[in-house]
Design a protein around this ligand. Structure first.
Ligand SMILES: C[S@@+](CC[C@H](N)C(=O)[O-])C[C@H]1O[C@@H](n2cnc3c(N)ncnc32)[C@H](O)[C@@H]1O
Length: 205
């Protein structure tokens, strides 16, 4: 069985219909549009719905994903909708030498795929690509979601621990993740998997 942090796991998902790929932005991300300041990074953007939603709202957005097929679809959607987003194939664990800087980072379903070691590398990379005062809007599976199907369950304590130091957790609220309505053989909580939506601000170092 492939691990969720293996690229091949996600390449296989995009060869079919990924459970998260609903053709619309996550409601929790869309509802937080007032918090967004450009330039925006959508880390682990998948086929781009959150990034495209923000571009349609007037934002300057870069979306990265390490699966070629996801980025190919995202670029096609941008063309079809007449929207401009810079979609790049890029590993979110390799942000440490990137010369771009962002005022907002959207993470919709990426952090929760990482191992403990990957979390450290990811947060260091996010710190590198943001200025003090930047915000990360993080949507992840929550430890109150029963069962073990899908990604790692994340506790509030783990979010605080992962971002301790260069970042400060401003708020965490309970929400639900949207998944495809036609999923078969997978049962999550009524209305969708339980999730945390965290607003996390980059401190001065
Ligand atoms: C659960 S999906 C969420 C996709 C999208 N953000 C959404 O809300 O629909 C997680 C995405 O993260 C991508 N991903 C996982 N690990 C990654 C990494 N190390 N670098 C870049 N993308 C990664 C996967 O390919 C997948 O598209």
């Amino acid at each position: 069985m492939s691990n969720l942090h293996d690229r091949s796991h996600f390449e296989n998902s995009y060869a079919g219909k990924p459970p998260w790929d609903m053709g619309k932005p996550q409601a929790a991300s869309a509802e937080s549009v007032d918090l967004v300041i450009s330039p925006v990074l959508d880390a682990g953007c998948g086929t781009g719905e959150n990034a495209l939603f923000l571009a349609a709202s007037g934002h300057q957005v870069t979306g990265i994903d390490f699966v070629d097929e996801a980025i190919r679809i995202a670029r096609r959607k941008a063309d079809e909708r007449g929207l401009t987003v810079e979609f790049q194939v890029k590993d979110a664990l390799e942000l440490g030498d990137w010369d771009k800087r962002f005022a907002t980072v959207i993470d919709s379903g990426l952090f929760h795929v990482f191992s403990d070691e990957d979390r450290i590398q990811y947060v260091a990379g996010l710190t590198h690509v943001t200025e003090p005062g930047a915000r990360l809007l993080l949507l992840c599976f929550c430890d109150e979601e029963p069962g073990s199907h899908g990604p790692r369950r994340v506790s509030q304590r783990e979010i605080h621990a992962a971002f301790h130091g260069a970042w400060a957790v401003e708020n965490i609220r309970a929400t639900l993740l949207d998944v495809r309505p036609d999923l078969e053989g997978i049962s999550f909580s009524e209305g969708g998997p339980k999730a945390w939506f965290a607003i996390i601000r980059r401190n001065s170092l």
